[in-house]
Design a binder for this molecule. Structure first.
Ligand code: SF4
Length: 241
């Protein structure tokens, strides 16, 4: 992958950015529906954005779009933050790690249900494309595939520490927002957490499964997701796929 462009380069058009930010701040002050934040920065990852619904031993995926992790400026501060975009925006812009991008997004309303900080993104602009070369070793930084490909590939659980340290930039890594229905007879009884998964090749040298996932149920019961669930989810793929 092309070494990330410096932040100084990333903010090479400060006047336009400041003008856009001031314009949106002005619009926001007279807008009751919520305040869009103008952001800009370098993409340090593009991964699928998924919500996982668990009900004891049952699980269901909701493919929301893509999650951009950005090092840049949002809400008047320089920092790292994450942005949710839809699948059509990704199909149009073909974003990937190293691109310099700007946009406008709303802060997430319920942070338990979203794996990103901001969503409902508009005015997405690519300022500079990453000059990428093919990765020889993981993590992988190509343009991520369509969400349907992720669904077809299936995932294995990924150790959260390995994700943090080695897989955050990989197109096959993913941090899912998980909603757990504790009692199916009382669907309002829910808990939330985040889980990390890998959609990548089974042969990846960086992969570590980590501890099995435990799902709470009614009357204090717990279901421990066995290894065969992961094995079954990716068994249709060869080791290198
Ligand atoms: S373990 Fe998975 S997410 Fe991590 S680098 Fe390998 S393929 Fe990517």
């Amino acid at each position: 992958m092309h070494a990330p462009t410096s932040l100084g380069e990333a903010f090479c058009q400060p006047r336009q950015f400041m003008e856009a930010r001031d314009r949106v701040n002005k619009e926001n002050s007279s807008n009751d529906k919520g305040s869009k934040v103008v952001w800009k920065g370098i993409l340090i990852s593009v991964q699928p954005r998924i919500r996982l619904l668990r009900s004891f031993d049952q699980r269901n995926h909701n493919y929301l779009g893509y999650a951009l992790r950005v090092q840049g400026v949002a809400d008047n501060g320089e920092r790292e933050f994450s942005i949710g975009i839809g699948k059509s925006a990704q199909a149009k812009h073909q974003l990937r790690c190293g691109d310099i991008v700007s946009g406008q997004s709303l802060p997430v309303e319920d942070t338990q249900k979203e794996p990103v900080d901001y969503y409902k993104t508009s005015k997405l602009i690519i300022i500079e494309r990453s000059i990428t070369t093919q990765d020889i070793n993981p993590p992988w930084h190509q343009v991520p595939p369509e969400l349907e490909i992720y669904r077809q590939r299936g995932h294995r659980r990924l150790d959260p520490h390995t994700y943090e340290v080695k897989c955050q930039s990989c197109v096959w890594g993913c941090r899912l927002a998980v909603e757990m229905i504790i009692d199916q007879w009382n669907p309002g009884n829910k808990r939330y957490r985040f889980e990390t998964f890998c959609y990548g090749p089974r042969s990846c040298s960086l992969y570590k499964a980590g501890a099995t996932r435990k799902v709470p149920g009614r009357k204090g019961m717990t279901w421990e997701e066995p290894d065969w669930v992961d094995e079954q989810a990716v068994s249709h793929r060869g080791l290198e796929e």
